[in-house]
Design a protein around this ligand. Structure first.
Ligand code: DON
Length: 303
């Protein structure tokens, strides 16, 4: 199969979609990114890399970082995190807190913001530096020591982070945070502000296509844990569009408001896309279309 040719065709086909939707502006530093960027990369389980468009331009990974913080916590703690967060699709937007009070401080899943705050809190307890742990994992798996947090994006989110702060306080009021609210928020904003290009992100997530085996060949997650992270990505990774994503793309996927999406074809490869303009559910419009076309053309879907 001519993967390189498929990626180049996809870049051409999705270009007209890049201005559909809107670039996230509730984090002001993200609002200045041009919607005309579009990149796509495939990293295969046996080490080949293919890319097209702006695949080597770094972007803010935002909620995609939640996959790595969850994987790290599971690598330390097998599955004790599931006492503090459910693993059910929420059917609500990523920043909704409606269910959090009804469920007495237990978030519906680890990928909505409330659940991710709990995961970051646990990682902070386990490592003393949650954002640093996520950065270390990404550097190691991507083989790129220059991966870092964009401090301006993190500060920009902190200045406008009233909703996340409200959620963190509500979690604390139910006894579901182990660390001070301010520390959890600072780590969460920093991990979200990590900057990676499509290539580094695809390499970094490859353990999810390799039954948990890390870039160095050693087990990072157990196969059953890797399966579970993929399962939660499928059901919860794109929030209230998880049904639509499964329908159109048919792969475990995780989006971020920076416009990135990482999708996993277990046993085969990771596909990353980046297009900053978002649809109503906070997922890249061009990115969704690109993944839809990718799985249609390759037949690489879990269904
Ligand atoms: O907490 C927030 O709102 C952002 N740092 C991350 C949200 C996000 O990426 C949602 N994904 N599509």
């Amino acid at each position: 199969m001519d993967l390189q040719g498929i990626l180049e065709d996809i870049v051409t086909h999705v270009a007209p979609l890049c201005r559909q939707g809107e670039v996230a502006s509730y984090i002001p530093s993200l609002g200045v990114v041009s919607p005309d960027n579009f990149g796509i990369c495939v990293a295969t389980a046996d080490g080949a890399i293919y890319g097209a468009g702006d695949w080597r331009k770094p972007f803010s990974i935002q909620s995609i970082s939640k996959v790595f913080s969850l994987a790290l916590v599971m690598s330390y703690d097998y599955d004790s995190i599931w006492k503090r967060v459910f693993r059910e699709p929420s059917g609500t937007p990523f920043n909704s807190m409606i269910q959090l009070e009804a469920d007495r401080g237990i978030p519906r899943n680890p990928f909505i913001n409330a659940g991710a705050l709990v995961v970051t809190d646990r990682l902070l307890t386990l490592t003393g530096d949650a954002a640093g742990a996520v950065r270390g994992l990404l550097r190691q798996e991507a083989g790129n020591p220059s991966i870092d947090v964009d401090a301006e994006v993190a500060a920009s989110e902190a200045d406008h982070g009233h909703r996340n702060a409200a959620m963190a306080h509500l979690l604390a009021s139910y006894g579901n945070l182990e660390n001070p609210v301010e520390d959890v928020l600072a780590n969460y904003f920093a991990q979200c502000a990590l900057e990676l290009c499509c290539e580094d992100l695809a390499k970094a997530a490859l353990f999810l296509a390799r039954d948990g085996v890390s870039a160095g060949g050693s087990p990072f997650l157990q196969p059953s844990q890797s399966k579970r992270v993929n399962a939660v990505m499928l059901t919860c990774g794109t929030y209230d569009a998880a049904g639509e994503f499964a329908y159109r793309v048919g792969l475990p996927g995780k989006s971020g408001v920076g416009g990135g999406i990482v999708a996993v074809v277990p046993g085969r490869c990771v596909v990353t896309v980046w297009g900053p303009s978002l649809g109503p559910n906070g997922n890249s419009v061009a990115g969704m279309a690109a993944l839809d076309e990718f799985t249609a053309k390759t037949g690489w879907s879990i269904f």
